[in-house]
Structure formats: structure tokens, C-alpha cells
Design a binder for this molecule. Structure first.
Ligand code: PGA
Length: 249
């Protein structure tokens, strides 16, 4: 089945009001390349201002709490980011799994919160270099998919982002063979879990995607888009990735 490519940015803990000037050119590129879906995950403080500045661009949160409201000091919930203008959220990023101790069960509960509140989800999975060197990459990643996929997941609202931890921010990327083997394994697991509904679910690649390697990485079989960190911070680096994805459609 033909799936629309999604190019999503992840600003992580970067960006201030001045940086929102980058959003203008990114929003313009999204309009100019209608064959591709474009989104930007920004720090919670920027969701409202980014949405106000570019109302037609999909603005995302980088995390949400699994619960809607309550005594969780410092946390932000799915309905809160939605009210601020987010239309999607990233959950299960390796920086949160490792740095904040998030388990597959936590990630699943967060994805379920997004589903309840009508937000699209980008659910991240990925192996460490030790796991890959031990021959456990596929088992690790498919295990994460199985354990963090929310109940009721169906159709195009959720994308899985395969992000090998050793490729994030490192300038190292897997070979095309490694990516396509992993994406094939993820798709097989999605089909096992969701049956025919898996066919419309996108599997993105993330980790050191740049304008230079986007055509190669996004052109692989079963690669339905990219989750981009560092190269999403400026329009000069991010727009060529959107254009590369569009050229592949
Ligand atoms: P990177 O980050 O593109 O800077 O490697 C990707 C990510 O962490 O989502």
C-alpha cells in the first residue's frame, strides 16, 4: 500500500521565540510540497507560539504524561498540548527512555493518552550499539514495538520511528540493508499485532538524517519518512529534506 511520507522534526531542548523565524520557511516548504506530510516537535513553551505563527503546519509535543491531569508537578498532559496547538506528539524517544527511565509500559500509556485526545503519535524505538553488536537489534526493537503499541492503535494516526541510539546525533547511519531489514521486521510485527490496519501505519527512520543522505535513506523500501533532530533546527537544513522526500513520491 502506498503511504504518504512524513518528515518530522524534533527540536529537543532547543529553540526560543527568536528561533520561530525558522518555522516560516518550513511552513512554506510544507505548502509547496503537498505530497509529503511535515511536522515539527518543539519544546512545550513553543507549541502555542509556533501554532499561532504557522497554523497550517503540524506542531508537535516531544512528550506527554500518560494521565490527563493531577498531582504530577512539572508534567504536561495530552489535552494540554492539544489545547496549546499540538496535533501530534513524540513518545518513547530514547533520550526519555534512557534519561528519564521510561519503560515500554510508560510509552504505551502515553500513546494511549494521545489516542484518547485525538493527537497523532510518533512512537520511537531503537537499539543500543551493544545490543546490535550482540546480534539482538531486531529482537530488541520488535520487542519494544510489541510492548509499547497502544491498544486500539489503527490506521494512520500512529507512526513508528526506528532510531538506532548509536545513530542519533552521531553522524553515523546504518547501512540501507540494516535499515530495510529492521523496517521489514517492524512491519511484520505491526501486521502480527494489528492485522490489516498495519498497512497504513508509517515506519520512519531517525538518526543523523541530513540533506545529504535524505534521498538515499528515505528511498529505501519500507521507509515512510524521517524523524530529524539536529537538521530540523534550521529551515536551511530541514527544507531540503522535505524536498528530497517529495522528490521520491
Ligand atoms: P539527530 O536526532 O537527527 O540529531 O540524529 C534524531 C532524533 O533524536 O530524533
Amino acid at each position: 500500500m502506498a503511504r504518504r511520507k512524513l518528515v518530522a522534526g524534533n527540536w529537543k531542548m532547543n529553540g526560543d521565540l527568536a528561533a520561530l523565524a525558522e518555522i516560516d520557511a518550513i511552513a512554506a516548504a510544507a505548502v509547496a510540497n503537498p505530497a509529503v506530510d511535515v511536522g515539527i516537535g518543539v519544546p512545550a513553551t513553543l507549541i502555542g507560539p509556533a501554532h499561532a505563527r504557522a497554523p497550517r503546519l503540524a506542531i508537535g509535543a516531544e512528550d506527554v504524561h500518560a494521565v490527563d491531569h493531577g498531582a504530577f508537578t512539572g508534567s504536561i498532559s495530552a489535552p494540554m498540548v492539544r489545547e496549546a496547538g499540538a496535533s501530534f506528539a513524540i513518545v518513547g524517544h530514547s533520550e526519555r527512555r534512557a534519561g528519564c527511565g521510561e519503560t515500554d509500559a510508560d510509552v504505551k500509556a502515553k500513546a494511549e493518552a494521545l489516542l484518547r485526545h485525538g493527537l497523532a503519535a510518533i512512537l520511537c524505538v531503537g537499539e543500543t550499539s551493544d545490543q546490535r553488536n550482540a546480534g539482538k537489534a531486531v529482537a530488541t526493537v520488535t520487542g519494544q514495538v510489541r510492548a509499547s503499541m497502544p491498544w486500539g492503535a489503527a490506521s494512520g494516526w500512529l507512526s513508528v520511528a526506528y532510531e538506532p541510539i548509536w545513530a542519533i546525533g552521531s553522524g553515523h547511519t546504518p547501512t540501507l540493508e540494516q535499515i530495510s531489514a529492521m523496517h521489514g521486521a517492524i512491519r511484520a510485527m505491526l501486521t502480527e499485532l494489528l492485522g490489516a490496519d498495519a498497512a497504513s501505519m508509517r515506519v520512519l527512520y531517525g538518526g543523523s538524517v541530513t540533506a545529504e543522505n535524505a534521498t538515499e535513506l528515505l528511498g529505501g523500501p519500507d521507509v515512510d519518512g524521517a524523524l530529524v533532530g539536529g537538521a530540523s533546527l534550521t529551515a536551511a537544513k530541514f527544507v531540503p529534506i522535505i524536498e528530497a522526500a517529495a522528490a521520491l513520491t
